[in-house]
Structure formats: C-alpha cells, structure tokens
Design a binder for this molecule. Structure first.
Ligand SMILES: Nc1ncnc2c1ncn2[C@@H]1O[C@H](COP(=O)(O)OP(=O)(O)OP(=O)(O)O)[C@@H](O)[C@H]1O
Length: 365
C-alpha cells in the first residue's frame, strides 16, 4: 500500500495507558492502527490541512498509529481498500464526505475476505459538503449539539475513543451487479434535482433550490413497477428489564404506475441538514421508503421538497411513507429518469434494495 506512515511514539501521552512506565511489549499490545484516507478536494478543499492540524494530534494523543492515504482521483480509495493488506489495521477513517466513504464501503465489501474484513470499524471525519452519515451517527448517540458546534472535533473524538455502533447498510442489486449503500437510493424528482443541478455547482447549496423550482415547473412522471415488503419494528416482551423488539413483515405491495418520486434511506439524515427519516435508528434493519405517484400533483411535490429540511415531508398529502425490508423498481427496456445510490448516478432495468444482514460498524461517541 503506498501510504505515508504518520506514526509517532506516543508512549508518554497515551491516555488509555495513563502513564509511561509500562513495558514496550504491553504498550504494543494496546496500540491501534488506523488507515486514514483523506480526500483533499472534499468540501472546501481543506481535508488535508484539517487532518494534519486538527485530527492527527488527537489521534496521536489517543495512542493511534496512522497510515495515511491522500486520494489522487475518484476511485482511488476504493481500489486501495479493495486490494490492500488490512490485517494490521484496526479501523479505517475517511476525511471527506459521504462520497469518499461510499468508495471505502464498496471497496471493502467486494474483497474476497469481505466476510471477515467488512466488520472493520469505520470513522467519518466530516469535511465534505455531504455528511449525511456523520450527522445521523451523531444524532443516534445524542451528540447532535456538539457535532453541530464542531463536526471535525466531534467525529475525531469518536474515532479516538474507539466505541462503535452498528449502522444499517443496504444491498442493491442492479441488473445483476451488487452495490452497497449506507445512505439513500432515489429515483425521480429528488434524484433528478441532485444530479441535474450539478451544472450549477459553482453557486453552492442554492443550486438545489433553483433546480427544484425548474423541475416543479416541468414536473415529470416515470412509468415503472414498484414493489415492496412493508416491515416494522414491534416491541415484544420485557426480559430482565430490557425491552426487546423484533421485525414484523406484512404482505408484499405491487404498484404498476407513473411516479413523480421514489426515495429511500436507511439513516435519519441524508445530508448535513436534511432529516429524511426522523424515526430511523442505528442498525434497526429498516428502509424508510417514500413515493409519490402522478396523482399527487405539483402542490404535493412542492410541499414534499419544502418539508425535507424539517422532516415535515412525510406527512404531506399524496406522499406515501412506509418502512420496508426490501423494495424493487422495475421497468422493461430501462428505468427512465435519474437513479442515485448515495448520490452516485446509475442506470438499469431493475433495481432491488434490501437491508444487508451485515451492518457497518461506525465509531460513535
Ligand atoms: N483526489 C481526488 N480528486 C478528485 N475527486 C476525488 C478525489 N478523491 C476522491 N474524489 C471523489 O470526490 C467525490 C466527492 O467526495 P466527498 O464525498 O469526500 O466530498 P464532498 O465534498 O462531500 O462531495 P460532493 O462533491 O459529492 O459534495 C467522491 O465521489 C470521490 O470519488
């Protein structure tokens, strides 16, 4: 692996050991090694200085040895993670946004030894423009307020501390290909806006607002079959004072129709400020699916878009919201309109999404 070794002797500073009198042998037993992958162009392009000035000093204090990879191009992180020897690595930290983590997750899951290696703890130092998973994880661990004050510090402390939570992951089958998604799978209105507004990237976040108005003015409908298996978490009994829950499936639903939007997530936040599924819980095994058919009309589509930043979109009339175990979108000859998986554009005739039986393990405070 062509990574720079940023390790440093931290014996005198290791808070886990508390003092510097332990033998080197016992110190080595405790030391953790993290592969840190920095996307230097994420967000405002400050990933590398942020890592060096704010992240690395805290990791060193915590006794973490760092192997550093600074990406040089799209796909670099994925190819390194899918082919490198990770047997000495105790965690992988991304310094960037959801796009960088998407590469790492898919790189890990396509390895021959993925059964063993994909349990490796993942950390996200939020320096991207899209940080949906970092924000969701902060919310799951009730660290929202600290995260909002200082996302880099909050996510770095989580990685340094080393405690992990299981986090939902979706397995997507797209015309026989397998892709992993930890955030969202969308088709139609929202996905169109996300991808098409790229041409206005230079103007920042307001590109979404401008493109939303354009798309609402010329509302499109796309034909397809949507099928899903509704599923909900129900409480079972009280055992030893611990309340237990289990998943209850219902009969499958099939809709052959024209859709304005189908959008799903398995986290609470799909972007730094976009709360799409307020009830999502870490590792709850549920996909939060929304859809609007043609009958919903422009007024509902507008309310839907306006409501997302407050989580009010789910109760808009004409918007169907259901928690599911899996769902499929199918259209012979190819699904029209944009499909996105964690913001990445894909095309195909059939896309099937289900919760992976193997969740991610993400550092959380
Ligand atoms: N060195 C690089 N140069 C150009 N692109 C890169 C580089 N490293 C990674 N990428 C790509 O940059 C994309 C965005 O990365 P990331 O999610 O870290 O940042 P972001 O600012 O949140 O992203 P976005 O531009 O999607 O808002 C990813 O798809 C990744 O493949």
């Amino acid at each position: 692996m062509t990574v720079a070794n940023e390790s440093q002797d931290t014996l005198d500073h290791d808070p886990k050991l508390g003092h510097s009198t332990l033998s080197l042998a016992s110190y080595l037993l405790f030391v953790r090694r993290y592969l840190v992958i920095v996307n230097p162009v994420s967000g405002q392009g400050k990933g590398l200085p942020t890592f060096r000035e704010k992240v690395h000093p805290i990791l060193m204090e915590a006794g973490v040895k760092v192997e550093l990879l600074v990406t040089e191009r799209p796909g670099h992180a994925r190819s390194m993670v899918s082919s490198s020897n990770l047997s000495e690595i105790d965690g992988i930290i991304t310094v960037g946004g959801d796009g960088l983590l998407y590469e790492v997750v898919n790189g890990l899951r396509c390895r021959d030894d993925s059964d063993r290696i994909s349990n490796i703890p993942l950390g996200i130092i939020a320096t991207g423009s899209g940080n949906g998973l970092a924000r969701s994880v902060a919310e799951y661990s009730k660290e929202d307020a600290d995260y909002l004050k200082n996302p880099v510090l909050s996510t770095t402390l989580a990685a340094a501390r080393g405690k992990v939570v299981p986090v939902n992951l979706m397995e997507v089958e797209l015309d026989g290909r397998k892709i992993y998604s930890f955030l969202s799978v969308g088709w139609g209105l929202l996905a169109d806006i996300d991808v098409e507004s790229e041409v206005l990237r230079a103007i920042g976040e307001s590109r979404f607002t401008i493109w939303s108005f354009l798309r609402l003015a010329k509302l499109r409908h796309y034909k397809a079959q949507l099928s899903y298996i509704p599923c909900e978490r129900v409480s079972r009994d009280e055992l030893n004072g611990t309340s237990r829950t289990s998943l209850r499936e219902r009969d499958p639903v099939f809709i052959d129709g024209e859709f304005i939007s189908v959008y799903s997530t398995c986290q609470s936040y799909i972007g730094s400020d976009l709360i799409f599924a307020p009830k999502a819980q870490p590792g709850d095994g549920l996909i939060h699916l929304t859809y609007m058919t043609k009958d919903a009309g422009r007024a509902s589509a507008t309310q839907f878009l306006l409501g997302i930043d407050k989580g009010a979109h789910l109760s808009v009339s004409g918007v169907s919201y259901v928690t599911v175990k899996e769902f499929t979108i199918r259209c012979a000859g190819g699904i029209n309109g944009t499909i996105t998986i964690d913001g990445e554009r894909v095309t195909g005739e059939e896309i099937k999404i289900k919760i992976s039986p193997r969740p991610l393990h993400v550092f959380a405070l």
